[in-house]
Design a binder for this molecule. Structure first.
Ligand SMILES: [Zn+2]
Ligand SMILES: [Zn+2]
Length: 383
């Protein structure tokens, strides 16, 4: 649910352009990632404020928003473009902020003029697949994983300079660490101030790089991570460990670690959301006479009654014996599906009995099979 743009910026609905810009500048500085390195909320707030600003500073989008709210802005056609749908990425929001305020120089904004801010790019995110069992899905699981991650170089503390060495001004950007580029976007043409590629935004180049890391300021190291996987997860769900990915070049902040869940198949069960299906093989005579058998669940085995005259596809529902729901509590069901198994090899005695039986049994009739297996599951659910 999107918040009201005026509320986001803390301004009145009749605020003029100046007030909008001022409010945005305040919010953006407050939530800027450089000031909130370990706060994922700040990143969201920064994006939110930037989005509000992009709409309210544009007379056409603002009037659409005033009349129709968020939906109006999304649908609005502007200069042949496709309206405005918010940002998918944080970088996009950061670029807009840079476009608006980059000219002031960050050192003034953040450091009271003391030294310049050097753009230290964030390290890359790491994606790792983590296998868990269906029992783990049932109970939740704590897992420790080990993997190589780029970590701060211990010999130069991440600055990339060899002990006793020097760094000098970057000739490509003259030490500013920034290069200006003209870019086109949905919002028109603007000058983007980006980090200098020659010095990686450092504003300086290293004359005598650290030997351990070749001046990168980081080095691969095997590290452990604790994962606390909640009950009810499914394959491709993932946990985000904020700020636990690769460290950035020369002391840049860490990226995230994404642990992508992979639930290993369990031959006993087929999963459908929080519900489980178990195939229960029964013999001809069990099917004809009925029986009580044990079926596996993810906790203790359960006893189920198979009624006499049962057909393949008959479903017995065990409520609450499925998997936990991820967020809303409670558990799914276990559906036991009867499969009548025709014997493929007969002993002499069995053959004799079947032959005897065949002389007296009544002819087979097709049972009233309505709509296949999932129909039966539905019927079981709603009867
Ligand atoms: Zn080093
Ligand atoms: Zn440079």
């Amino acid at each position: 649910m999107k918040r009201d743009y005026y509320d986001v910026l803390g301004i009145q609905r009749n605020a003029d352009d100046n007030a909008v810009k001022k409010a945005y500048r305040q919010a953006a500085l407050k939530y800027h990632p450089d000031r909130n390195p370990d706060d994922p909320d700040a990143e969201e707030k920064f994006k939110e404020a930037t989005e509000a600003y992009e709409v309210l500073k544009d007379p056409e989008l603002r009037s659409l928003y005033d009349r129709y709210g968020h939906e109006g802005v999304k649908a609005g056609v502007r200069g042949g473009g496709g309206g405005f749908g918010g940002f998918s990425s944080f970088d996009e929001a950061l670029n807009i902020f840079m476009r608006e305020f980059g000219g002031f120089g960050f050192e003034d904004l953040f450091r009271g003029g003391r030294g310049r801010r050097t753009a230290r790019p964030r390290g890359a995110d790491i994606k790792v697949r983590v296998k868990i069992s269906l029992e783990d899905v049932m109970n939740g699981v704590k897992k420790t994983i080990r993997l190589p991650v780029l970590d701060t170089c211990p010999d130069c503390n991440g600055n990339g300079v060899r002990e006793g060495g020097n760094a000098s001004r970057c000739p490509a950007c003259g030490g500013s660490g920034e290069i200006q580029q003209v870019q086109r976007s949905l919002f028109g043409q603007f000058v983007r101030v980006g980090p200098c590629a020659n010095c990686g935004g450092e504003g300086q180049v290293i004359d005598d790089p650290c030997r351990t890391c070749q001046g990168e300021g980081r080095k691969k190291r095997e590290m452990s991570f604790e994962l606390d996987i909640p009950p009810g997860v499914a394959t491709d769900d993932y946990l985000t460990l904020r700020g636990q990915g690769n460290v950035g070049r020369r002391g840049g902040p860490r990226g995230d670690l994404l642990a992508v869940i992979e639930v290993e198949p369990d031959p006993r069960f087929t999963r459908r959301g929080a519900d489980l299906v178990h195939d229960l093989p029964v013999t001809f005579s069990q099917a004809a006479l009925g029986t009580t058998v044990e079926v596996p669940t993810l906790t203790q085995p359960a006893r189920v009654k198979v009624p006499p005259g049962v057909q393949t596809g008959h479903v017995i529902q065990l409520r609450g014996k499925g998997l936990p729901h991820l967020r809303r509590g409670g558990r799914g069901d276990l559906f036991v599906r009867v499969v009548v198994v025709t014997p493929s090899e007969l002993s002499d005695e069995e053959r004799e009995l079947f032959e005897q039986l065949s002389t007296i049994e009544s002819p087979a009739e097709v049972s009233q099979d309505g709509g296949g297996f999932w129909q039966k599951v539905k019927d079981a659910l709603f009867d």
